[in-house]
Design a protein around this ligand. Sequence first.
Ligand code: GLN
Length: 190
Amino acid sequence: MPLVGVLALQGDFREHGRTLTRLGAEVREVRLPTDLAGLDAIVIPGGESTTIGKLAVRFELLEPLRRLIEGGLPTYGTCAGLIFLSVALTEGDQPLLGVLDVVVQRNAFGRQNESFEASLDIEGLGAPFHGVFIRAPWVSKVGSAVEVLATVDEHPVMVRQHNILGTSFHPELTGDDRIHQMLIDSIPAE
Ligand code: GLN
């Protein structure tokens, strides 16, 4: 049974935990650097990326988490989690892990579209995925190692770079576990 960490500083980490448990993973909420030991994968939830970043600095998680992800730990960030993984934002200054080579625009869909749902065709996933977007970012620039797996109006909303997966939307709120399954399937066999 894989041991999957869920960064539990702020945001909807409980919903991710429930999804991962349903898929047969052992789940550990991560709040301190010692919680990172022995993980097979990690999820960074949605929430408020400025708060997640500040708390990660305060609890001295930024450096050890960055090292693990750079070392190949399978990682999945949703929404604020995607923002936190990125190397840069189109505006503002907040702590970032800087491991996923994308520039992200926060709250990108604008006030008219604060929250919306869209049917997404995701590369390699088969049937369309019901995407739930809540004050969601989009990816405005991707580095050469980054694959775009889904778009909305030509804006990337799902990306992958080797061991790192990011979505602007929230599969943990839909009951469709296929993207979390992708993360689990990416854990190397021992
Ligand atoms: N708007 C939030 C942010 O910028 C992200 C929203 C979410 O995670 N649902 O951090």
